[in-house]
Write a protein that binds this ligand. Structure first.
Ligand SMILES: CC(C)(COP(=O)(O)OP(=O)(O)OC[C@H]1O[C@@H](n2cnc3c(N)ncnc32)[C@H](O)[C@@H]1OP(=O)(O)O)[C@@H](O)C(=O)NCCC(=O)NCCS
Length: 193
């Protein structure tokens, strides 16, 4: 299934968008992809296809010149929001959302704006889905060092969900400063110009 690559997020000018080919995975990808973080590289090879077949998530592969340059995995989510995080029209605590569950860019392609292009593409995907089903937010769990990068694209921190995660971390004797940071992107606020 081809997806819309006319992302509203500006790509780095040097990244040749028209040479990027995107498709949903149809089997475990060939070896060779390495995004430098074991969690994301291992997910692609060890879990992505199994989860895809079980309809738990869908993984999109981004090819550049026949090389697997990036991937993104998405699924549905329900985001709990504190009263202070909700706008007045929201009568429910759990709000409809799509989740960018995994994201990885192959090392040779990093730093060229491709990560930003993929995030923008998934925002477009969520926006398209929101025309058919309720979907207000795109959510993700950011590594602490990437929070600023996601904020630069319009994501904000989830207060209630993160508070729950911090409680869980403390209960399991983990350092809360090292856990992933729950974030959301408001699909209504950031409308394509
Ligand atoms: C994070 C990742 C997807 C970014 O992809 P990319 O194609 O290099 O991203 P872009 O070229 O669009 O943007 C690069 C930006 O990310 C920042 N960045 C990348 N890795 C970073 C890190 N570990 N810590 C802080 N910033 C980081 C760069 O500083 C750069 O910032 P800038 O836009 O202000 O210059 C890629 O580095 C990757 O696959 N990392 C390993 C897997 C991972 O961490 N996935 C995300 C889990 S939340």
């Amino acid at each position: 299934m081809p997806i819309n690559l006319v992302a509203w997020m500006p790509a780095s000018p040097e990244f040749p968008l028209d040479e990027l080919v995107v498709r949903a995975m149809d089997g475990s990808p060939d070896s060779g992809f390495d995004c430098g973080r074991a969690d994301q590289t291992d997910f692609l090879y060890e879990r992505a296809w199994e989860d895809h077949q079980a309809q738990l998530s869908v993984t999109y592969l981004y090819y550049f010149g026949g090389i697997l340059a990036a991937y993104a995995t998405v699924g549905m989510d329900a985001l709990p929001l504190a009263r202070s995080e909700r706008d007045p029209a929201m009568r429910y605590r759990d709000v409809s959302a799509m989740k960018l569950a995994q994201l990885g860019v192959h090392r040779p392609f990093q730093g060229m704006g491709l990560g930003r292009v993929v995030v923008g593409d998934i925002v477009e995907l969520a926006r398209d889905e929101a025309l058919r089903v309720g979907c207000r937010y795109l959510t993700l769990d950011a590594q602490p060092d990437l929070v600023g990068w996601y904020e630069s694209m319009g994501f904000e921190r989830n207060v209630l969900r993160q508070a729950q995660r911090i409680r869980d971390a403390i209960e399991h004797r983990r350092d809360p400063d090292t856990i992933a940071v729950s974030m959301r992107f408001d699909l209504r606020k950031h409308i394509r110009g």
